[in-house]
Design a protein around this ligand. Structure first.
Ligand code: G3P
Length: 217
């Protein structure tokens, strides 16, 4: 499973990127607003830092305007994936931008039917939002499983990019179900390394090392 980082914070991306675990980055208007940066400027910086796809989202609502914005975003760098919402106009924009040779990420997906349409219009990525479904007492992970089944039934190449990930468990559950990509905030990715028994075991090892005066360098 590929790891994308869901943030527009350059320092956080750089820290994870140094570890070699960043396969791409996703942003959205809320994350750009949170960064306080100009969208074109910060997206260019992210594209310089990371080799994989960097999703940059349009803010228009009509297909024609989304296409114009998408073309401008795509000019930032070769690794831009233009992000469009899963609306009828977004599907039209996806179709045009894909046919022009761009990577397109169709976002705000909440049903298998929406994911099926995105695949039919040639989306590179479909972004189902797990956390926002869980917030409503629905089952976000079930949606990932449903889309996996539908795509595998017909060999669709659209990659399932699990989004709105809120916990480390979401990451392993996505990997078990077979999401192609999971995008998560940096703090969630870091939490994947934690385990209370690791902390406890390490504390005991350190105590014994101190008692035995073990020195290595
Ligand atoms: O990639 C989409 C993601 O940023 C949405 O996450 O936590 O706002 O639902 P959240």
């Amino acid at each position: 499973m590929k790891f994308f980082v869901d943030t527009a914070e350059i320092d956080a991306i750089a820290e994870l990127n140094e570890l070699g675990i960043v396969d791409g980055v996703t942003t959205n208007p809320s994350l750009i607003a949170k960064s306080g940066r100009d969208i074109l400027e910060v997206t260019r910086e992210i594209c310089d830092l990371v080799d994989g796809p960097v999703s940059a989202e349009v803010v228009a609502l009509t297909a024609d305007e989304m296409i114009a914005e998408g073309r401008k975003l795509a000019k930032i760098a070769d690794n831009i994936a233009v992000k469009v919402p899963l609306t009828w106009d977004g599907l039209k924009a996806c179709n045009v931008l894909t046919n022009e040779g761009n990577m397109v990420n169709v976002t705000l997906c909440f049903s298998a039917n929406q994911a099926l349409l995105a695949a039919k219009v040639g989306a590179t990525f479909i972004s189902p939002f797990i956390g926002r479904l869980d917030d409503l007492n629905l089952d976000g992970m079930e949606l990932i499983a449903d889309i996996r089944e539908v795509y595998d039934n017909y060999g669709f190449e659209t990659q399932i990019l699990a989004a709105s990930i809120r916990s480390a468990n979401h990451m392993s559950d996505c990997a078990k179900i077979g999401a192609d990509v999971a995008t998560a905030p940096p703090e969630v990715i870091k939490k994947m390394a934690g385990h209370v028994l690791t902390d406890k075991g390490l504390a005991a090892f350190m105590e014994d090392a101190k008692k035995a005066n073990i020195k290595i360098v």
